[in-house]
Design a protein around this ligand. Structure first.
Ligand SMILES: [Zn+2]
Ligand SMILES: [Zn+2]
Length: 787
């Protein structure tokens, strides 16, 4: 049977089956397929299906859809339409298949027609896909004409989003148009029986992109083709740093087993401590570095091919400098032919980190990379296939056996997400300040961008503008208003103003976190929303980050929070956990608790200034941040007082806690006159300090801290539920990247009978903010219209 979604017209009825074949009249059907159907080998697939079912007619890419004219006997037509969905190519995602009666032409052939552009129509752009098994086999086959060819692709693998300039998808609208297919490639392209039939990125060593190696300090030493691969491998084996041009930008690669080399990369990149991702060739190689269960394996083999956080094996060859202080390691398997060829030659895991200096966006162009990465890389492995979209690796980790995103980019963006309430007008949600993404909205579709980065340097701002332009062009969306964060000082807020749209809406940061989770689960609320986060601008002008709401998409009421504490130095505190400890200590009614482990090694003059900031309420904003409470706990336990990056102390605290079962410590909830609930952090920190003095191991106390936060959050939710009758809880905010906390809280809530909504399609962190802003704004705009 044709499985059609609701609201789609059923196939026209043919005559009753059983009639003799020669008396069955032929019919003409018009078939329209929507979804991700371009750049995925769909037309060749339709062509082969038509041949199998004896169907005449044509197939064509149109803006927004694939159109098919099909002529044949009704039973064959029905089978043909069924198969469109049931046997669709691996990269395709079918949204709808509509059929209607068409005009008979009495033709006999089936052809692929030129694409047709219709202004104003939208359609998904395929994400890039990892090298497929068939192409990988050819790569290693000495008899194949693409043996060792670093840019091999086919209709089910290779670059898409990173080469597409406009839709509909045809070679002429991609950066592959610079390469004219040779006779052999063209023969494949035009042969319906070939698996590269109508493969728009088709090329070979004779006609396709070129590879070469340039050395930073010896521009005359250039190696081409296979010699470039050999030279790059030799450089890596010698411990040198090679910048490699990939699908969506450059990576910086270095031997992951060479500690001195990894430390040199860190020093040159100004990346002291943040963990680095490691690339290996196969899943078996990955299993030598970390624990690979069935779901990890699925992800490491998937066409999306993200970096997967694995629990690190105790005896890996990895250099300690790869992920200092952590028990996990981010592992990715080779996903381009070039990666395979290089890893084959190097024979060891490679650090593969973004090709950028500290917090800038990754470099994409050859000249840009030579200029920006010249002081980091010793050599550059370059190619001449231009990159049309900057595209970082995605990062996931598993919590309770299911993946959550730490970064959503390659393989996933720019596929759209659905909004539960459609917007009456097109708009742009500009997203947050850090870990920025934006979302372009039309109707019920939100086109959430790939990871853009932290909007605090010119390069990232430019990346934002370029990517927004590209999305607007690709998806034909002209925004009529902008949605931004409440924080007046954010560069994202200024970007919203810069767009000069007639109207700007504001959505509070943590309301957006909760809305994002509700919306991706197709909910509008009300529900209980728990936002545990770093910091965001609150409605009362204070810094928020540990809030509980009764929230729907159109209204959110804050019903509980973590007790405000002064955060001396403001944003500076994110990298100095001792300041958070000092701020929480100042909540004590009498003399502040000593927390002496928190201040070991802290310059006394700096501490004195921070104490003055607190007592004079100067540069010490009131904050309810859960991220900073984790920082404070790490400081109180003596785990970390100074951090190289926001989140380092909480990540180390989680690593220390491991999976050791633990009992909560006291983390009381105060109830104010109007029923408003306040979680009291001071008794918890004081208990940690006391147990540390009593000699309890830091690992035990780190575990107990996690359980305390989970238990108290669950208790708050229960009390809110008693009053409101709500049974659904949405969990959002960057702190839920912590697997132990997320798992413990979700488990406790589920045991209490709550329905727990977790971030699935987007990250718990600020990467989801633009979508949350979009969900709220769309619902508000719809409500304005009386919808
Ligand atoms: Zn392939
Ligand atoms: Zn060729």
């Amino acid at each position: 049977m044709v499985r059609l979604p609701a609201g789609v017209r059923p196939a026209p009825r043919g005559p009753v089956s059983g009639a003799p074949a020669d008396t069955v009249p032929r019919e003409a059907w018009q078939v329209t397929v929507r979804g991700l159907v371009q750049g995925v080998g769909f037309r060749p697939f339709v062509f082969r299906l038509a041949a199998r079912h004896g169907i005449a007619g044509w197939v064509r890419n149109q803006s927004g859809e694939v159109a098919i004219a099909a002529e044949g006997d009704p039973a064959a037509l029905r089978a043909f339409v069924d198969a469109l969905r049931d046997e669709a190519p691996p990269l395709a995602r079918i949204a709808t298949v509509e059929t209607a009666l068409g005009q008979m032409t009495h033709g006999a052939a089936f052809t692929i027609l030129e694409s047709e552009t219709q202004p104003g129509r939208r359609q998904p752009v395929a994400p890039d896909a990892a090298l497929c098994p068939a192409c990988e086999a050819e790569l290693g086959d000495p008899r194949d004409r693409r043996h060792q060819y670093p840019f091999t692709t086919c209709t089910t693998c290779g670059p898409r989003f990173t080469v597409i300039e406009a839709m509909p998808y045809d070679r002429a609208r991609t950066s592959m148009r610079a390469f004219t297919q040779c006779a052999a490639c063209l023969a494949e392209y035009t042969d319906p029986a070939d698996r590269r039939y109508h493969s728009e990125t088709n090329s070979c060593a004779a006609c396709g992109p070129r590879l070469w190696l340039a050395e930073a300090d010896r521009p005359e030493a250039r190696a081409d083709g296979e010699a470039a691969l050999e030279a790059a491998a030799a450089q890596l084996v010698a411990g040198r740093i090679v910048a490699i041009r990939g699908l969506g930008g450059f990576h910086l690669a270095v031997d992951a087993t060479n500690d001195a080399a990894v430390r040199r990369l860190r020093e040159r990149k100004s990346r002291e401590a943040k963990p680095l991702a490691v690339m290996v060739r196969t899943v078996a190689d990955a299993a030598r570095l970390g624990a690979v269960g069935p779901e990890e394996e699925r992800l490491l083999r998937s066409r999306e091919r993200p970096i997967v956080l694995l629990d690190r094996c105790t005896d890996t060859p990895l250099a300690p400098a790869v992920a200092p202080g952590l028990t996990t390691v981010g592992v990715i398997t080779a996903y381009t032919p070039l990666h395979h060829l290089l890893l084959d030659r190097v024979g060891r895991p490679l650090v593969m980190t973004s090709g950028n200096a500290s917090d800038e966006p990754i470099a994409t162009g050859n000249d840009e990379a030579l200029a920006r990465l010249g002081s980091i890389a010793d050599a550059f492995l370059l190619h001449d296939r231009e990159i049309t979209a900057r595209y970082d690796d995605s990062v996931v980790r598993l919590v309770d056996g299911a993946p959550i995103f730490l970064r959503r980019a390659r393989g996933y963006a720019p596929l759209p997400l659905v909004l539960p309430v459609p917007s009456p007008v097109p708009f742009v949600a500009v997203g947050p300040h850090l870990k920025n993404t934006f979302a372009l909205v039309q109707g019920s579709e939100a086109w959430v961008s790939q990871h853009i980065g932290d909007l605090d340097n010119l390069e990232t701002l430019e990346h934002f503008r370029t990517a927004l332009d590209a999305f607007s062009r690709l998806f034909h969306i002209e925004p009529e208003l902008a949605v931004r964060d409440r924080h007046p000082g954010y560069l994202s807020s200024r970007l919203a103003v810069e767009l000069a749209l007639p109207r700007v809406l504001e959505v509070q940061h943590h309301v957006a976190h909760v809305a994002a989770v509700l919306a991706e689960h197709a909910r509008t609320g009300p529900a209980i929303g728990v936002a545990f986060d770093g910091t965001g601008y609150g409605d009362d002008g204070h810094v928020w980050g540990a809030e509980v709401f009764v929230a729907s998409l159109t209204a959110a009421r804050r019903v509980a929070q973590l007790r405000y504490a002064p955060l001396p130095g403001g944003d500076l505190a994110a990298r100095t956990p001792w300041r958070a400890a000092l701020g929480y200590g100042s909540l004590a009614a009498g003399s502040s608790p000593a927390f002496d482990a928190a201040f070991t090694g802290v310059v006394p003059a700096e501490r004195a200034i921070a104490e003055q900031q607190i007592s004079r309420r100067l540069h010490a904003p009131l904050a309810s941040s859960m991220g900073r409470l984790f920082d404070a706990a790490a400081a109180v336990l003596g785990v970390r007082r100074h951090a190289h990056y926001e989140g380092q102390a909480p990540m180390e605290l989680e690593a220390l806690a491991g999976r050791t079962p633990a009992e909560p410590l006291p983390f009381p909830i105060a109830e104010e006159a109007d029923g408003y609930l306040v979680m009291e952090p001071l008794p918890l920190l004081a208990a940690l300090d006391e147990r540390r003095r009593a000699g309890d191991p830091a690992a035990t106390l780190a575990a107990r801290f996690h359980e305390s936060v989970a238990a108290t959050a669950a208790a708050v939710v229960r009390r809110v539920a008693e009053r409101t009758g709500l049974v659904t809880v949405a969990l959002g905010g960057g702190v839920f990247q912590n697997a132990r906390l997320l798992s413990s809280l979700a488990g406790r809530l589920a045991a209490d009978g709550f329905e727990v909504l977790r971030p699935r399609r987007l990250s718990p962190n600020d990467g989801a903010i633009s979508y949350g802003q979009a969900a709220v704004a769309a619902a508000l705009l719809q409500a304005e219209r009386g919808g």
